[in-house]
Design a protein around this ligand. Structure first.
Ligand code: ACO
Length: 335
């Protein structure tokens, strides 16, 4: 069985907020934000909801893949900012698309959400349970930011990205010449991990506890982060995860055309490139215009690259997510 991404889509809110715009409402500057993070602007939702952006991204991905909504077997959304506790964002996407044959659920793995969803999809595809899965990352992070905390709110943005992943029988009708020669493509290998013991370095308490019996009702809170600890986690864990997944796939750093990393911070990306001894030009960037959109950052960047024609059949690509939980996940795919 070969599981391949056959279509991508994305949706960003209309409103664009520059660093200078932020400097007009808080004590910050374009120089501070851009030099420490690489971020210059971000899209922030006005009326767009997480479900709306996810549905638009999904619609475009289906169109790109040439697949009708009723052919989708499963919808998985990586998100920590769904509009409701229930229904899930995935169920809302299913309803909006009319994907009547799909089972739908969300995954909470913060910035690794899309990658966890992608790997979960693969498990269902590999066992033959399903054939076509819509995998999404969608976030409206602006609603869980403390807009008086300049150390966090300047980093994040809103948006959604989607990929249609489909299983093909090896040597089947849709298989390439290489596959018929016995060489696999699609998803070559993945690896993922979690470290709950360090989870509080990046946290957000979701909701008020309404239980009248509780003696310790904690209040909701905004995103709170120990930036330096998160930085250390990212630059130490991501290169190890990528080396591990390259080993599993039996390919070298030099074989990879692009490393599509979660877009948290340019300095993290540069450090990972250095530690892997890889050319930093192989690490495409969208955080300059999107900021950090958590689970949406990998699929939004993937869609940008796909639509620019940067991805060619046979290219080997690494995708890697890391963030809250703590969580991380990396995959090697052949486009
Ligand atoms: N504008 C101006 N000054 C600011 C701002 C701001 N937006 N934010 C903080 N400062 C000030 C602080 O108050 C502090 O001032 P002081 O020295 O007078 O006390 C000074 O800048 C330095 O603050 P630090 O928090 O120490 O800044 P640091 O150099 O660590 O940079 C950053 C912060 C960019 C967040 C860094 O820690 C980092 O890159 N962390 C990685 C984590 C990350 O990217 N997280 C994103 C989300 S998590 C994820 O996606 C995995």
């Amino acid at each position: 069985m070969i599981a391949r991404i056959i279509g991508t889509g994305s949706c960003l809110p209309e409103s664009i907020v520059t660093n200078d715009d932020l400097a007009g409402i808080m004590d910050t500057s374009d120089e501070w934000i851009a030099s420490r993070t690489g971020i210059r602007k971000r899209h922030l939702a006005k009326d767009e909801t997480t479900a709306f952006m996810a549905s638009e991204a999904a619609r475009k991905a289906l169109e790109n893949a040439g697949i009708e909504a009723d052919k989708v077997d499963m919808i998985i959304v990586g998100t920590i900012t769904g509009d409701y506790i229930t229904p899930s964002t995935a169920c809302q996407v299913q309803g909006r698309l009319g994907a009547v044959n799909a089972v739908a659920f969300d995954i909470n793995a913060a910035c690794s959400g899309f990658m966890y969803a992608f790997h979960t999809a693969y498990a269902y595809l590999q066992t033959g349970i399903y054939k076509t899965v819509l995998v999404l990352g969608a976030e409206t992070l602006s609603k869980i930011m403390d807009w008086t905390d300049r150390s966090t709110c300047v980093l994040f943005g809103d948006g959604a990205g989607a990929a249609v992943v489909q299983a093909f029988e090896e040597g089947g009708q849709q298989a390439s010449e290489k596959e018929m020669m016995g060489e696999r493509n699609g998803l070559l290998a993945f690896e993922q991990g979690s470290d709950g013991a360090r989870g509080m370095v990046l946290n957000c308490r979701g909701r008020l506890n309404h239980n009248p019996l509780t003696t310790n009702p904690f209040a909701p809170s905004y995103v709170s982060m120990d930036g330096q600890e998160v930085y250390k986690f990212a630059v130490s864990t991501v290169p190890v995860s990528i080396r591990r997944v390259l080993g599993k796939a039996g390919v070298e750093v030099g074989d990879i055309k692009f490393f599509i990393l979660h877009q948290a911070n340019l300095r993290i990306i540069q450090s990972v490139a250095k530690r892997l001894k890889a050319d930093v030009d192989k690490f495409p960037v969208s955080l300059d215009h999107c900021g950090n959109i958590s689970a949406a950052s990998v699929p939004v960047l993937l869609d940008e690259m796909n639509r620019k024609g940067m991805l060619n059949r046979g290219d080997k690509i690494v995708m890697s997510g890391f963030g809250g939980g703590l969580t991380w996940a990396s995959a090697v795919i052949e486009w």
